[in-house]
Design a protein around this ligand. Structure first.
Ligand code: PBG
Length: 348
């Protein structure tokens, strides 16, 4: 065999190799020393869904994720915090929905209750709140809808179109309401033009000039949000979100969106989703290296891993950590992820 291969002769015909990248892969110790990107529980923001009532309601399309009562949300936040995860982001499922989403800025709203409870029990946990209308409106859209005949109506815009500027006033009120309950960071996710400036103005006007804004600056009209819409019960009752969320083919536009939000006073930027948009994360990070960047590892990305793992097709822990490492390597300083608690355990 060896003789047929004529190995000796092959070797002598090679150039001597000066550089051998494999030398730095020879042992776990050396590999750890030269690792460029290392995931840490500190990188995670853990999303929680809170609703009225008691107990937990599991979400079928997101195994391991549940809608939580306020008590359960505190318990889940404590679990995360004890594993070194510094932050949660809250999404509320209101008791009642209406065209404007009034519970969104009600003093006894579900998110308002959850913020107070988490801050009371875990004062050092950083509570981020999602600021949008879609979970609260009966139509499921992220803003006030154009309705012919109603006072705000723009007769030259189609019926059902999401009205930008009237929505800004509501977003400002929601952000102030969250800040009043003790929210540490507000995160507008509705992709309305001017939303960061409107929220900055509203917060400053009420003395919350130190509350940072994490802007969902670059958010695509993605099909990866499907399971989230089950979890948050915020699917649009008709139509889609393409009049405000970005087209998946665009990246120059991402720079424009990010630049506007920076100008308007965003303290941190987000790209969402993450997995199919790693190039966008890198592009935005390179353009604004001075701002902390977050990536949202969204519901559909989570559910794909859970489904494949449940079938025994992939190793859940390793694929999850590899995926999250990829997002960090692409430029994300922070990752919003439903895997946060599991990943923090695997990292220990
Ligand atoms: C809007 C919002 C959405 C998500 C986060 N904030 C849904 C949407 O835009 O339709 C999706 C997150 C996920 O899929 O995990 N409030």
């Amino acid at each position: 065999m060896l003789k047929e291969l004529n190995l000796q002769e092959t070797i002598t015909h090679h150039q001597p190799l000066i550089t051998r990248p494999r030398r730095l892969r020879t042992s776990p110790g050396i590999r750890a020393m030269v690792r460029e990107t290392e995931l840490n529980a500190r990188d995670f923001i853990y999303p929680l869904f809170v609703r009225h009532g008691i107990g937990r309601t599991e979400i079928r399309s997101m195994p391991g994720v549940a809608q939580l009562s306020v008590d359960e949300a505190v318990r889940e936040a404590e679990k995360a915090f004890s594993l070194g995860i510094p932050s949660v982001i809250l999404f509320g499922i209101p008791g009642r929905k209406d065209p404007l989403g009034l519970e969104n800025f009600a003093d006894d709203g579900i998110v308002q209750q959850a913020i107070r409870a988490i801050k009371r029990n875990i004062p050092d946990m950083v509570v981020v709140t999602d600021v949008c209308l879609c979970e609260y409106t009966d139509h499921g859209h992220c803003g006030v809808l154009n309705r012919r005949g109603e006072p705000l109506a723009r007769p030259y815009m189609p019926d059902g179109y999401v009205l930008n500027d009237p929505t800004l006033d509501i977003l400002g009120q929601v952000a102030v309401s969250h800040a009043e309950c003790g929210a540490d960071i507000v995160a507008p996710s509705g992709m309305m033009d001017g939303m960061v400036a409107a929220i900055r103005g509203a917060l400053d006007g009420r003395g919350f000039e130190n509350t940072p804004i994490l802007s969902y600056a670059v958010k695509y009209a993605s099909s990866f949000y499907g399971p989230f819409r089950d979890a948050a019960e915020g699917a649009p009752k008709f139509g889609d979100r393409k009049s405000h969320q970005m087209d998946p083919g665009n990246v120059r536009e991402a720079l424009r969106e990010a630049a506007l939000d920076v100008e308007e006073g965003a303290d941190m930027l987000m790209v969402k989703p993450a997995l199919a948009y790693l190039d966008v994360i890198r592009t935005v990070k390179d353009a604004f290296p001075e701002l902390p960047m977050a990536a949202y590892n969204v519901s559909g990305e989570y559910s794909m891993i859970k489904a494949a793992a449940a079938n025994g097709w992939i190793d859940e822990a390793r694929v999850t950590l590899e995926t999250l490492t990829g997002m960090k390597r692409a430029g994300a300083d922070l990752i919003l992820t439903y895997h946060a608690v599991d990943a923090a355990k695997w990292l220990k």
